[in-house]
Design a protein around this ligand. Structure first.
Ligand code: 5GP
Length: 164
């Protein structure tokens, strides 16, 4: 089907409660939620409240086109979380979607080197993902419209009232 997967903000709220319940029922009690910016910030916030975890960190990852190569690969952008903050901790990596899974794999492997335990939570996982996340709200092979990125950024309007 060429139908898209449409996530509304309301359905996102439901997804966060359901994912948090599944994580709690599984007995996983993360010390840290590590979000992958920017989509993962919403997920980390939602799960952080629902699981009562206040220790949230952010990882910035961007796809980088290597100079002189056709290979695209995700890279971690500074500031990278301090490994001392992660050591001996149970980490939950939070993102919006695992598509190829390369973004999540990069962060997962980084955490696996520096933490006690790492698990991953995503709203959507696609069948081709290299990483099989422990917590997935929905499996899909469609393109997903997320509520935070379905509309283009706002542009400044002329303000006739203020400038009158
Ligand atoms: P990856 O391929 O590394 O798993 O995903 C990289 C990033 O591509 C995701 O974090 C997300 O920002 C974007 N992406 C992948 N699939 C989709 C999709 O179906 N819809 C939207 N809106 N973004 C996607």
């Amino acid at each position: 089907s060429d139908e898209r997967e449409n996530l509304s903000y309301e359905l996102f709220g439901t997804a966060m409660r359901e994912m948090a319940q599944a994580i709690a029922d599984d007995g996983y009690e993360p010390d840290i939620i590590l979000s992958i910016a920017r989509g993962g910030l919403f997920v980390a916030g939602g799960l952080g409240y629902a699981l009562d975890v206040k220790n949230l960190h952010v990882m910035n990852v961007e796809f980088y086109t290597g100079v002189g190569t056709t290979l695209d690969m995700p890279v971690m952008l500074p500031p990278v979380p301090n490994v001392v903050d992660l050591s001996k901790k149970k980490v939950l990596v939070a993102d919006d979607v695992a598509d190829t899974g390369r973004t999540l794999k990069l962060v997962h492997d980084f955490c696996a080197e520096h933490t006690a335990e790492v698990r991953s939570a995503v709203i959507y996982e696609k069948p081709q993902s290299l990483v099989k996340c422990e917590y997935v709200w929905k499996h899909t092979d469609r393109w997903i419209n997320f509520p935070w990125s379905v509309e283009p950024p706002v542009v400044r309007r002329e303000n006739q009232v203020r400038d009158a």
